[in-house]
Write a protein that binds this ligand. Structure first.
Ligand code: R5P
Length: 281
């Protein structure tokens, strides 16, 4: 078995190859003069783990080309971050179910597929090969443990993220809750932990995705008003668009960290251990 990756997941791929003690395939990436993507894969094995986060449309096409280049091998696909997965329903007439389109696209020439903390697990049903989702909640929890915080409160920004937050919290035996929004007036909304109190303690807000950072920035301001000593922000997929990292730091978040499902400067937690364990099963 060998590991091969797109440009977007090369660091995670190298970590995964090291975890599995197998070879990482060298791939040459370039573009044709008209801008179209080109790649050429080095020698493959009978079984290949193909890994690539589809963070943008080029990344999606590159992964498609890579799968085609691996024709003849028994291919296992890992989508650390599956782009387009959030459009998982037809919300208005005329819209595509983008997650379904992408799942179908990645269902040929592969034996099975693994996703990491996919936003909506129902999307897995759109693959035409066996697909399963794994969670790095325990790895996020271990990282938080290494920070040595005194009795942190682990907070999900909403009840949809509570199961993930509980998984993170159980790594350290910490208390966990989710934020609840209360509308005070037509224009005023307040956010506070649903059952617990944030006063006089550090709080770590954990979510699957930080996109614009808007949700966490608002929550951070309110948690400080409620007496939290320090607020941290952690997520699996650091999408971090529109200056989200700087926005969060500017509003007083002490640290922002994420996993290497999207390779960022603040990707301090690796999904490699978790993916390797899933591939061994
Ligand atoms: C959405 O449901 C996700 O779980 C995140 O909560 C969301 O993507 C965060 O968005 P933003 O960072 O833009 O507030």
């Amino acid at each position: 078995m060998k590991v091969i990756s797109t440009e977007k997941s090369q660091i995670l791929a190298a970590r995964l190859a090291a975890e599995l003690n197998i070879t990482l395939v060298d791939v040459k990436f370039s573009r044709f003069p008209d801008g179209e993507l080109y790649l050429a894969a080095g020698p493959l094995d009978e079984e290949t783990v193909i890994i690539g986060s589809t963070t943008d449309s080029d990344a999606l096409v590159q992964l498609l080309l890579l799968i085609d280049a691996c024709e003849g091998s028994e291919n296992r696909l890992v989508l650390p971050y599956m782009g387009y997965a959030r459009q998982d329903k037809r919300f208005r007439a005329g819209e595509p179910i983008s997650a379904r389109a992408v799942a179908r696209l990645f269902s040929s020439e592969i034996k099975d597929c693994i996703t990491v903390n996919i936003h909506e697990p129902d999307v897995l049903g759109h693959f035409r090969v066996p697909a399963r989702n794994i969670s790095v909640a325990e790895d996020v929890g271990r990282y938080i443990r290494s920070m040595g915080l005194e009795k942190p409160l682990i907070l999900a920004p909403d009840d949809g993220a509570l199961a993930f937050a509980q998984g993170v919290a159980s790594a350290g035996g910490w208390e966990c809750d989710n934020l609840e929004k209360t509308r005070l007036s037509g224009s005023e909304v307040t956010m506070a932990p649903k059952n617990l109190c944030a006063a006089s303690r550090p709080v770590v807000i954990v979510d699957d995705i930080i996109s614009t950072g808007g949700t966490i920035a608002t929550a951070t301001r309110m948690l400080y008003e409620q007496g939290a000593t320090d607020v941290y922000a952690a997520c699996v997929h650091g999408v971090l668009i529109g200056g989200a990292y700087a926005r969060l730091m500017a509003c007083g978040v002490r640290d922002v960290f994420c996993c290497d499902t999207i390779e960022r400067g603040c990707s301090r937690i690796s999904a490699a251990r978790c993916i390797a364990a899933a591939l061994r099963k």
